[in-house]
Design a binder for this molecule. Structure first.
Ligand code: ADP
Ligand code: ZN
Length: 739
């Protein structure tokens, strides 16, 4: 019955008639496609959403193609019904097959991401009724309950909703309907989706911008292509890709824009609305249930023209997608690390190819992967070398903390304090950047040195004093919370715990002490409780209600603060520690992006980087503004080591609650490892997070030459081993996380 490798059939016009066998893919993590029989009076086609019987209940799945099983049609169970929904389009189905094959995830688990909104599939009940207050008939017996219902029914509402709002039982509503005091009307559909208007004029583009925009416009409607739109922060990349969006809209095609940290990108949404006169449809995890249902349906029915979303938006059922934009394409948050482990940017390129449409990758600091594709001639390259309107890039200066250390219990060197003082005096704004949430990353006992650790993870508990839940010690990996203990569990000393090292909250404390008259705000993912809070804070910043902004990486992304002229990076070396494959690249990208917040308008900007390693390649490149040299050296190292993008990696993470069982499976994997001159296997080794959420973890790393199919190596390898149920082997093709 089970065919794990069923491929969605896409021959156009294919139809299944009563009695035919077909394969239906169900959104279940363990399943390939199952065989069913087309019921009497049904006509089905690939992509149709269907309700089918499954182990004593019913489930919704998608017609995937003809069955390839052996079971006679009579023995298969019949499809219950076709749902009244547009079919899942062919490129979406092909994407699901592709992602499953590439990541080695079960196709059903990938389909689950495309069917993440069950309410959208079920839809409103057909011929739903609503009720509205009519003229009360003479002699109607009035009660307080009835009065409340009539008062609430000023707009059409379903009976259950009306009863809920009036605080009465449904029988009261029914009684009023029978008495003729409530009128039955059709239920209103979802709110209409506003149409972005491509006819609205954009800004007058500079020559360089106009050239890039024209190139992108030409590629819309001209089949598959990938364009890297590279330009320093503030060069107008957004304005340029807006032109491509206008072109796609004019051709009546849908557009998908992927952004990192979408929920926080209020400024992007404002700009879009200004340019096109209507908001895009948003798609991210912060959306409420109704917005998700309406959004999913609006996309599937083609009513949503522009969707801006997080990586999961890739799996929305676009029937007429004509353009994809991935902004900040280098951003690590496009990689999904849980469940189906995939890279949103890479899969977006696959989606574009399957749909024969163009994709634009925008970044000031493109990933080495994308740059290698440009060099190989696979991607087009468009370059905007200058900031718009003559704004200058900020000057970057390194502060050598070995020579100019901060004073005791301070995190700011004298040079940085002096610069903040001068900026305040000039009436301009400063950003102090520290990519570490909370008050302090470590809490230890002053008497015996005992460190407070998460009971479920290999991680210190982080001291938090602001934000959600206020004062607490928190594990950043599993969310474990604990109050600060008053007695050390190791030496029983009273009140002996001391905070070690700075987080943004502690930095804000130092700034408050040093600059008592300054208006200071902290911006970190846990101090921003909602998209609205983020929008408010950004608004206060642009309105000059804040003098000193202290922030983590959430401030680095996309914001445009015209009066921000000083950026101080408190610990520029932070991302270099740990030394994973991309540590240098990521640090360079993040710090370039942070630096890019300075001096974006008329006032020139200044960036100060506090570092203990001023001779490190990353610091030298940032100070010299020489991205090219940095990337060239970085690429050369990777090439010499056969590392991505010049070789391939896949990680195998073995985990389970029982350390010994995990070790046994890891050792067995190592014994069965493939032998081939083009393949290296490292490990098993305890993961850096050797305990995560109570699971013991071991890692193996597979490294191969580019021409090797990592997937077939892995499939062959894993086929030889049957781990016990308590042990899980997670596969991460193209890993970005090495903990
Ligand atoms: P990037 O995306 O490359 O960081 P943006 O598109 O955000 O750059 O542009 C930076 C700022 O300059 C924005 O405020 C934008 O509105 C403005 N800008 C860019 N190009 C133009 C233009 N041609 N005319 C007017 N304003 C522009
Ligand atoms: Zn934990």
């Amino acid at each position: 019955m089970l065919f794990a490798t069923a491929k969605s059939q896409t021959s156009p016009g294919q139809e299944f008639l009563p009695g035919d066998r077909l394969a239906v893919l169900l959104p279940l993590p363990l399943a390939g496609a199952y065989d069913y029989r087309v019921g009497a009076d049904q006509r089905l086609a690939p992509g149709d959403f269907v309700r089918v019987p499954l182990a004593g209940r019913q489930a919704i799945g998608v017609v995937w193609g003809p069955s390839c099983g052996e079971i006679a049609a009579e023995k298969c169970r019949a499809v219950v019904e076709r749902l009244p929904l547009p079919p899942l389009p062919a490129p979406s189905r092909q994407l699901i097959d592709w992602v499953a094959a590439y990541t080695l995830a079960p196709p059903g688990a990938v389909l689950k991401m495309a069917m993440s909104v069950p309410a959208a599939l079920e839809g409103p009940p057909r011929q739903a009724s609503a009720y509205i207050t009519g003229m009360p008939p003479a002699g109607l017996k009035m009660t307080p309950a009835r009065q409340r219902v009539l008062a609430a029914a000023g707009q059409p509402l379903a009976a259950a909703e009306l009863a809920r709002r009036a605080g009465v039982g449904v029988a009261v509503v029914k009684g009023l309907v029978d008495a003729g005091a409530l009128l039955r009307v059709p239920a209103p559909g979802p709110a209409p989706v506003a149409s972005p208007d491509w006819r609205q004029p954009g800004p007058v583009l500079s020559d360089g911008q106009a050239e890039a925009a024209a190139a992108l416009r030409r590629r819309v409607g001209d089949g598959f292509s990938v364009s890297l739109l590279e330009g320093v922060t503030g060069s107008g990349k957004t304005e340029v890709y807006f032109e491509a969006i206008a072109e796609a809209l004019a051709a009546d095609r849908q557009v998908l824009v992927l952004l990192p940290e979408i929920a926080l990108s209020a400024q992007w949404l404002d700009r879009f609305r200004q340019r096109f006169g209507a908001p895009p449809v948003e798609w991210h995890s912060e959306l409420g249930a109704a917005a998700r249902r309406d959004g999913w349906r609006a996309v599937g029915e083609g009513r949503a023209q522009v969707v801006v979303g997080a990586r999961s938006a890739l799996f929305l059922p676009f029937p007429a997608l004509g353009l994809i934009v991935v902004d900040e394409e280098h951003d690590a948050s496009f990689k999904q690390e849980e469940g189906v482990v995939y890279h949103g940017r890479d899969m977006a390129v696959v989606r574009a190819r399957l749909g024969a449409i163009p994709i634009v990758l925008a970044s000031a600091t493109p990933s080495l992967e994308t740059q290698a594709n440009v060099v190989a001639g696979r991607y087009h390259h468009l370059h905007l070398p200058n900031r718009h309107g003559g704004a200058q890039l900020p000057t970057v200066e390194l502060i050598d903390l070995r020579r100019y250390p901060p004073s005791r219990q301070s995190w700011l060197s004298p040079r940085l304090v002096e610069a903040v003082t001068a900026t305040l005096a000039a009436g301009e704004q400063s950003l102090l950047f520290l990519n570490r949430r909370g008050y302090a990353p470590l809490t230890l006992c002053r008497r015996c040195g005992y460190r407070l650790q998460c009971p479920h993870c290999t991680a210190w508990l982080v001291d938090h004093r602001l934000g959600v839940g206020s004062a607490r010690l928190q594990c950043h990996h599993c969310g474990y919370l604990s109050p600060r203990p008053s007695v050390c569990p190791a030496c029983q000393e009273q009140d002996s715990f001391a905070a070690c090292g700075p987080g943004v909250e502690r930095l804000a404390e130092e700034l408050t002490a040093r600059f008592p008259e300054a208006r200071i705000a902290v911006m970190a993912s846990d101090t921003l409780t909602s998209p609205r809070a983020a929008r408010e804070l950004v608004g206060r910043m642009t309105d000059r209600d804040i003098d000193l902004l202290v922030g983590t990486q959430v401030v680095a992304k996309g914001h445009h603060f015209p009066l921000l002229t000083l950026v101080g990076v408190v610990d520029a070396d932070l991302g270099l520690a740990g030394g994973d494959l991309r540590a240098a690249e990521r640090t360079f990208q993040l710090l370039s992006q942070v630096a890019g917040r300075a001096g974006r308008a008329a006032h020139p900007g200044q960036v100060l980087l506090q570092t203990y390693q001023p001779e490190d390649r990353v610091m030298v490149a940032l100070a010299a503004g020489d991205a090219e040299r940095f990337y060239a050296a970085e690429a050369e190292d990777r090439r010499a080591a056969g590392m991505p993008p010049f070789g391939k990696l896949a990680a195998l993470i073995v985990s389970g609650p029982d350390a010994e069982a995990v070790d046994r499976v890891a050792a067995q994997l190592a014994r069965l490892a493939p032998h081939d001159p083009q393949i290296e296997v490292w490990g098993p080794a305890p993961a850096a997070l050797s305990l995560l959420r109570g699971q013991h973890r071991r890692r193996l790393l597979l490294k191969t030459a580019r021409r090797v199919s990592v997937q077939s190596v892995l499939r062959h390898w894993l086929a030889q081993i049957r781990p016990p149920n308590s042990v899980r082997i997670q596969i991460d093709v193209d890993p970005y996380s090495f903990v």
